[in-house]
Design a protein around this ligand. Structure first.
Ligand SMILES: Cc1cc2nc3c(=O)[nH]c(=O)nc-3n(C[C@H](O)[C@H](O)[C@H](O)COP(=O)(O)OP(=O)(O)OC[C@H]3O[C@@H](n4cnc5c(N)ncnc54)[C@H](O)[C@@H]3O)c2cc1C
Length: 392
């Protein structure tokens, strides 16, 4: 028997473990951390102890050494319960840990990954800037070499885990910079740690629509000096680091979407039986049936595309760009619409916090923006599909 969603016994055991943990430990704190816009550091450390923050990192660096499907399972299961918290875990595990594991030197991996995998540090990745998002190669943050150091100047915007509180920076970041004026080899990636001279928290961004249990911050580099040993790969390598890691970033974000969709379907399914109107359960009404049935079918369609793409993704190579764009394009909007359907099925009760679907709906919107906007996916897919005559 082939189980697309749990291809091995190990994947199935992982899913069971994460689901049980999420229901027991993540659920009770989700509403409060959303309301207070607060990151749960203690919970993050527990997720680290379970080996989930280093899910794709090599075992010798303290990771679990698992594949893309495992990362998708973790994000899907956590996100069904608390997407905001999951975004913080994803930024750390995928954007920092997996990126460094794939692209960093052995010395860098030994220096940073054991603590990151264990959840002792909170890390992230800084690509977007105040004036540059989709047009990422237009970035303005620069790094110039001075002796045994690089000096970084500029600022980064919207950085998940940039802060762990209103005033305190996260611990370490992979920071994309410009090291030459023109050409695809003009970009280099550095590891920048809290406490580095010239590295500051600009602001913790407040009043977000959703994903409020994760922090988002502006980071400022003002003559920030990092040792040459913090350059990842060679000068000019950053575009290949970026492209390779974007694929798993998009898959795990899509997995957050399928988690949101699953929970929304479950909630509307239960409510459809419990709630009566005109003397019968509302699931007997054709219009309610349409919400439930279409939501389920869209969720399953997105999930099949997601796991099929994850199955084929080799983390050390990449090469699934058209489908990592495609999966996120489909699943992000699907989850938002399914959460919207759930609110509609629940009527007034869907519009308030108690039944969770309003939080899932707010959180779902981010996936249409972060890690590439819908419009960026349209652009990329249309460019990539041009090279294919016949689809498999
Ligand atoms: C909560 C949150 C967390 C985030 N976390 C991180 C993080 O950890 N690290 C990080 O580096 N970034 C992060 N981001 C940034 C995110 O990746 C960017 O917001 C996203 O890439 C879009 O960039 P932008 O906001 O500058 O919008 P812009 O790029 O300015 O886009 C504005 C609008 O114009 C459209 N547009 C732009 N160019 C084109 C085009 N060529 N064709 C058609 N339409 C176009 C866009 O699709 C969008 O609709 C985060 C954002 C949020 C909101």
């Amino acid at each position: 028997m082939v189980d697309l969603f749990n291809p091995t016994e190990e994947h199935l055991a992982l899913r069971r473990m994460v689901r049980e943990f999420a229901e027991r430990e993540v659920e009770p704190q989700a509403a409060e951390h959303d309301a207070k816009e607060k990151f749960n550091l203690e919970l993050f450390r527990k997720v680290g102890e379970l080996g989930l923050l280093g899910i794709n990192a090599n075992v010798e660096y303290g990771g679990s050494g698992m594949d893309a499907t495992a990362a998708v399972i973790v994000c899907e299961e956590l996100s069904a319960i608390d997407p905001g918290f999951t975004l913080a875990a994803l930024a750390h595990a995928t954007l920092f840990v997996n990126n460094l594991n794939q692209n960093g030197s052995e010395e860098q991996c030994h220096r940073f990954l054991p603590d990151a995998c264990a959840g002792k540090t909170v890390c992230g990745m800084a690509m977007s800037e105040p004036a540059v998002g989709t047009d990422v190669l237009g970035m303005r943050t620069t790094a110039r070499r001075e002796g045994d150091e690089y000096v970084i100047d500029g600022s980064k915007m919207w950085i998940t885990n940039g802060a762990i509180s209103d005033t305190e920076l996260g611990d370490a970041f992979l920071v994309y910079t410009r090291t030459a004026d023109a050409g695809s080899r003009s970009f280099s990636m550095f590891i920048v740690e809290k406490g580095t001279p010239g590295f500051h928290l600009g602001q913790k961004i407040k009043d977000k629509l959703g994903m409020r249990a994760s922090t988002t911050a502006e980071l400022v580099f003002d003559g920030c000096r990092v040792p040459v040993s913090n350059l990842v790969g060679e000068e000019g390598d950053a575009v290949s680091h970026m492209m390779r890691n974007l694929e798993i970033e998009r898959l795990t974000l899509a997995a957050m979407s399928t988690g949101i969709a699953r929970r929304s379907v479950e909630i509307m399914n239960t409510y459809g039986t419990e709630r009566t109107s005109f003397g019968q359960p509302i699931r007997e009404f054709g219009q309610i049936q349409r919400y439930i049935a279409e939501s389920y079918a869209s969720y399953m369609a997105g999930r099949c595309y997601l796991y099929e793409t994850a199955r084929q993704l080799d983390l050390s190579k990449g090469g699934q760009r058209i489908d990592s764009d495609g999966v996120k394009l489909y699943c992000s909007t699907m989850a938002k619409e399914v959460a919207d359907n759930a609110i509609q099925v629940l009527g007034g009760y869907g519009y308030v916090g108690e039944y969770r679907v309003e939080r899932l709906w707010r959180d779902a919107k981010l996936v249409e923006i972060g890690g590439g906007t819908l419009e960026a996916h349209h652009k990329n897919i249309t460019r990539d599909i041009q090279r294919i005559d016949k689809l498999r």
